[in-house]
Write a protein that binds this ligand. Structure first.
Ligand SMILES: [Fe+2]
Length: 390
């Protein structure tokens, strides 16, 4: 997170005596990434955050690979992923490589009897359906349809949903997820040409501080396994913190699209970046205003990146037969582009209501067994003109 945040109570100076009302000490923890070079926050706990009582065991959650080396375009029907009452079990990895997991989830319930921590990856949750509250040891964030929730690796969290009808598109990233560098100045502030600014980013606003001892289960994801670790004190026992490393929310509806006289390339939609992939938001916008512009994109060869588009709402201008919840995968190595008729259809259109999230990965993605269960095996032939004749 590129700007400073303070929540709760903290002492005047780092690494100095900070006393509770009874005269004993609060316990300090530096919570950071990339060694001591990345973003960090300084936390003050009621109890030492190190009190492991028991490691009850672990289980494997690595995705099962169905296609390691793929060159076919695919469409996946995301809403066919079955709802599951448990948040973690509901998460199905559909595409994966050593940098990123792309996950679909339809949780029906909250994380009632455990806390969760992903120690491998930053998590970016896109809320397609549902609302509720993300509760973390660094404060809480309310969420609803259209929100991105960025949860830095190591954040201990619970997620409460308002009801059982929830659909999430999740990106797990082995590398930190940042806002695009080209939109930030030397100090990290978002510049005037950025499609969003700090005012649009929601910081944690309420801190749950529990001074409790007992048995507290944290499910900790590490190297593709979940470890069931029991701690002796409540994981949400922070009285205050400050710094740059904390979860935040950003609504896709607050993304201000950049438009032009002629077709603007995908980078204008960029919302997040890592050194292994980018995330873009395609939002409702006015189309190009050159009198002879073609609003639909041209065919393009993302010769060295895989393109994943998750369709959220509205008609997607360049595609035929695409619905909300679908994912299209256009792999590296071959060109892709609008379906037959889409270019002609787009001429003269003045605006679009399309809403979609795109993830472009720089390494090829593998397809999982869960992906193949919801795959359309005919999609790669969908550009043939004979398939579009009525
Ligand atoms: Fe594309």
């Amino acid at each position: 997170m590129p700007f400073y945040h303070k929540l709760g109570k903290i002492p005047h100076k780092r690494h100095t005596v900070f006393k509770k009302p009874d005269g004993t000490l609060y316990y300090e923890q530096l919570f950071g990434t990339i060694g001591f070079d990345g973003m960090s926050s300084n936390l003050y706990h009621e109890h030492r955050p190190t009190q492991v009582k028991e490691v009850k065991g672990s289980y494997d959650v690595k995705p099962k690979i169905a296609a390691e080396n793929n060159i076919k375009s695919y469409r996946f029907k995301g809403f066919q992923i079955k709802p599951n009452p448990d948040y973690l079990e509901s998460r199905k990895v559909v595409l994966t490589n050593s940098d990123v997991n792309i996950v679909l989830a339809s949780p029906q319930g909250s994380t009632n009897d455990y806390f969760y921590k992903n120690s491998d990856s930053d998590e970016l949750l896109f809320i397609h359906k549902g609302s509720g509250k993300l509760r973390t040891h660094l404060g809480n964030l309310d969420f609803k349809y259209g929100d991105y929730l960025l949860i830095p690796r190591g954040t201990i969290y619970k997620i409460d949903f308002d009801d059982d009808n929830n659909r999430l598109f999740i990106v797990e990233s082995r590398r930190p997820i940042y806002t695009p560098k080209r939109y930030r100045n030397w100090f990290g502030q978002l510049l005037e040409h950025s499609p969003f600014c700090e005012r649009d980013l929601r910081q944690p606003h309420e801190l749950e501080t529990n001074d409790e001892k007992g048995d507290f289960l944290i499910k900790i994801k590490k190297q593709g396994e979940i470890f069931d670790m029991v701690y002796a004190t409540h994981p949400f026992d922070v009285v205050g913190y400050d710094g740059y490393n904390y979860p935040y929310a950003f609504s896709i509806h607050d993304f201000e699209p950049i438009t032009g006289r002629i077709h603007q390339p995908p980078p204008v939609h960029q919302t997040f970046e890592t050194d292994a992939f980018v995330v873009c938001s395609f939002c409702p916008r006015k189309y190009d205003y050159h009198p002879e512009s073609i609003p639909a994109p041209y065919s393009h060869s993302n010769i060295d990146s895989d393109e994943v588009l998750y369709y959220v709402d509205g008609d997607f201008m360049s595609r035929n037969d695409i619905e909300a919840g679908h994912i299209s995968l256009h792999p590296a190595g071959i060109p892709h582009g609008p379906h037959p008729g889409a270019v002609e259809r787009s001429i003269g259109q003045v605006e679009t209501e399309e809403l979609a999230v795109m993830v472009d990965t720089f390494k090829p993605l593998m397809l999982t067994e869960d992906a193949m269960k919801i795959a359309d095996e005919t999609y790669h032939k969908s550009w043939l003109e004979e398939n579009h004749k009525k």
